[in-house]
Design a protein around this ligand. Structure first.
Ligand SMILES: *[C@@H]1O[C@H](CO)[C@@H](O)[C@H](O)[C@H]1NC(C)=O
Ligand SMILES: *[C@@H]1O[C@H](CO)[C@@H](O)[C@H](O)[C@H]1NC(C)=O
Length: 195
């Protein structure tokens, strides 16, 4: 018991020294490796309520996309996160529109879904503008602004419509969580590029 405890302590000491030496062996002016870039993207100070930010989830989601995870530099990382965000937002909006075509939904839900459909139009346009601003113009300040509008004003109008009509939809609340995740992560990268 005791000896296994001690050996596990020795093991962790050994592993941390390996980790530290690998950090020290990295040449200081060498380009950051992807895991470091993802950490930058997930270290956000731009979310309205920091308590809602899940760093672990952010890393997990970004790591699970091969294109994002292998981004060689910050501009490409921003572009790849925005692109992933565009596809996620598009899917959520498709879900909203598909639900709207169903005949047997309550009128309060229908009202809220229509508002969310409009919200997602604006969210999608903001992500698309940010994409062009980063890729074509290297205008990181405008991209940052558009990404922040997407997860604040535009997203809020959908959430308020759901709340005021007293309806809930799990897929839409999950969708909102990812609007925040992708826009805040891309924004964190743009903020670092806008120097
Ligand atoms: C954050 O995300 C991780 C990974 O998905 C999850 O295990 C954890 O429960 C989440 N934490 C909170 C506070 O939601
Ligand atoms: C959005 O992305 C998240 C994270 O990869 C995923 O779990 C979710 O299913 C996606 N949502 C849609 C509607 O594609």
């Amino acid at each position: 018991m005791v000896s296994s405890f001690i050996s596990s302590i020795l093991m962790s000491l050994f592993l941390s020294s390996l980790f530290l030496s690998s950090l020290l062996l990295t040449p200081p002016c060498h380009a950051a490796t992807s895991p470091e870039l993802l950490k930058l993207a997930c270290t956000v100070d731009q979310v309205t309520d920091p308590k809602t930010w899940n760093y672990t989830l952010c890393i997990k989601v970004l790591e699970s996309n091969p294109k994002v995870a292998s981004s060689p530099n910050l501009p490409t990382l921003a572009i790849n996160i925005i692109q992933l965000g565009i596809s996620n937002v598009t899917n959520t909006q498709k879900y909203i529109q598909k639900t709207l075509t169903s005949k047997n939904i309550e009128s309060s839900l229908r009202i809220a879904l229509k508002a969310c459909d409009q919200s997602y139009d604006l969210i999608l346009k903001s992500f698309q503008s940010a994409f062009g601003e980063v890729k074509d113009d290297e205008d990181y300040e405008s991209a940052s602004y558009d990404l922040s509008l997407a997860r604040t004003d535009y997203l809020n109008s959908c959430q308020q419509a759901l709340a005021s009509n007293k309806v809930e939809d799990l897929s839409i609340s999950t969708g909102s969580k990812f609007v925040i995740l992708f826009s805040a992560a891309a924004d964190a990268v743009c903020t670092r590029l806008d120097v």
